[in-house]
Design a protein around this ligand. Sequence first.
Ligand SMILES: Cc1cc2nc3c(=O)[nH]c(=O)nc-3n(C[C@H](O)[C@H](O)[C@H](O)COP(=O)(O)O)c2cc1C
Length: 202
Amino acid sequence: MKKILIIFAHPARTRSKINSALRAAVEGLENVTINDLYANYPDFLIDIKREQSLCEEHDVIIFQHPFYWYSPPSIVKEWLDLVLEHGWAYGSKGKALEGKLFLQAISAGGDDSTYQKDGCNIFTIRELTSPYCAMANLCNMNWLPPFTVLGIHQGLSEEEVEFHAKEYRRMVTALRDDRLDIEKAKQGQYLNSDLDSIIRGT
Ligand SMILES: Cc1cc2nc3c(=O)[nH]c(=O)nc-3n(C[C@H](O)[C@H](O)[C@H](O)COP(=O)(O)O)c2cc1C
């Protein structure tokens, strides 16, 4: 079984619908740790050693967050700037993250049609998240496409929220149990474009 670390970043959790639902769907799963950055560091004083130890203890690292101005909420940037130290995360002696799987789980107000060259956001989610792909590459991590829930501004029904929460749980469980076809998953636009085609034994 792989150990999964979900680095959860939502600055207003009580007002969150989708991220709260996704989180609730995986909370308490065996070998899944949720590390809530805003709850742990309301003053942004990130405990670097604690965060590095958590990363070292897990095989899969997931950044779960809403899209705020085409990025994760600001505490994630602070986390990256502080935790991913030279000689630990990257550089000739920085091997702490080597071989770990990395992905983002993103919710966004705009739907898929807005995240196109000719849409109002003019770039795709994959293009906008490319710094995270570059980060994973520099740290010798194994990058996967993002799990996405898009089109929140159109209003998701309770059934849709439940569907995405179940899909998130399926994806996290498959990663944990080594049932996700990593190479095939890398070819998709989003990790959850077609989970049936990348999860074995479902
Ligand atoms: C400050 C702020 C910035 C946002 N920026 C974006 C954005 O760049 N693109 C987008 O599609 N949605 C954007 N949104 C919408 C959020 O992504 C959306 O409300 C969130 O994913 C819903 O998740 P939740 O129910 O967990 O809060 C923004 C919302 C806020 C509050």
